[in-house]
Ligand binder design. Structure first.
Ligand code: 13P
Ligand code: SF4
Length: 301
């Protein structure tokens, strides 16, 4: 394939419709590694395009809108992250993939929302001390899940962090009919995750909805609105609703993902727009590849 177009579930609908592959962070890297395209247009956020560049340094990778960053990157001060790592030299530094290349070189292993539980659990089972960055909510959730007390960095996803458990409970109480479920992405606040029936990556949440055994039911979903559209398309007979944010707002849109408009993507495909991810030095690429490869080759012992 000469130019491959991939999109994350949170990309604009019209972009997902023309993409060669749509998926979660893990699925996206695996898809581009399998295809090995000469050119790749990546309708996700910038850390995703940079991760693809680290794994496919000979591919020309185009970010349709270069400002499409992620709050887990912008909230993370690199010196504080270095100190976090240096103060805990005896621990395995597990880092969420929502991180810049400069952050990734400070990690021992990268994880995504699809494999974080299995990888951290296995590290703990093997007797390793673990620290986790940069997502505070995901780290807190993993600690609760395994009764563990790993040190956790402090950044959050500005979209998921605003989901509010009190508003959600209030709305659920006012719903008198049928079976009610809550599913959530692990970037959501811990009090909401504690009441969720299912927690997982975007791919896993979509699978859960596709396999939902009943013909009726109301499902509140704590994640970005783009994925909720795909859930509704997959199971139109179900009542699938967004979880509420503070003040009851329905502000579940990632402003960074949505910057990759159809116009920006078409220009990137045509070679008349977008930004080439050509600014990473070979040293940075080589150093960041190690913890990503460790994740991709991870075997659970
Ligand atoms: P997934 O890997 O689960 O798609 O998550 C990526 C992300 O940025 C969620 O906010
Ligand atoms: Fe980053 Fe949150 Fe947007 Fe995902 S939804 S890309 S974590 S800001």
């Amino acid at each position: 394939m000469d130019t491959m177009l991939v999109a994350h579930w949170y990309a604009p609908e019209e972009v997902k419709e023309i993409a060669d592959y749509v998926g979660d962070s893990l699925g996206l890297i695996q898809a581009v590694q399998k295809e090995q395209p000469k050119r790749l247009v990546f309708a996700g956020v910038r850390f995703m395009s940079e991760t693809a560049k680290v794994m496919l340094p000979d591919t020309e990778i185009i970010q349709p809108d270069f400002e499409s960053t992620c709050s887990l990157v912008t909230q993370t001060n690199i010196d504080e992250l270095k100190k976090f790592r240096d103060d805990n030299q005896d621990s395995t530094h597990v880092m969420y993939i929502n991180s810049s290349v400069e952050m990734k070189v400070l990690a021992d292993i990268i994880v995504t929302s699809a494999n974080v539980n299995a990888i951290v659990e296995n590290e703990i089972k093997n007797g390793n001390k673990v620290i986790f960055s940069p997502d505070k909510n995901m780290g807190t959730y993993i600690n609760k899940e395994f009764g563990y007390d790993m040190k956790v960095f402090t950044s959050v996803c500005e979209v998921h962090d605003q989901f509010n458990v009190e508003y959600l409970k209030q709305e659920m109480r006012s719903w008198t009919d049928g079976i009610k479920y809550v599913i959530a992405h692990p970037e959501s606040p811990i009090d909401l995750l504690e009441m969720a029936d299912f927690i997982g990556s975007t791919n896993k949440m979509l699978e859960w909805v596709k396999n939902f055994p009943n013909k009726v039911g109301t499902i509140w979903v704590a994640t970005e609105g783009g994925l909720i559209n795909d859930m509704k398309k997959a199971r139109p007979e179900l009542d699938i609703r967004p979880a509420l944010g503070y003040n009851g707002c329905q502000c579940n849109q990632c402003p960074y993902m949505k910057r990759n408009t159809l116009e920006a993507v078409n220009a990137a495909m045509a070679g008349t727009g977008g930004t080439s991810i050509d600014y990473l030095t070979n040293d940075l690429i080589d150093a960041a590849r190690k913890p990503i490869e460790r994740m991709l080759n991870y075997t659970i012992e």
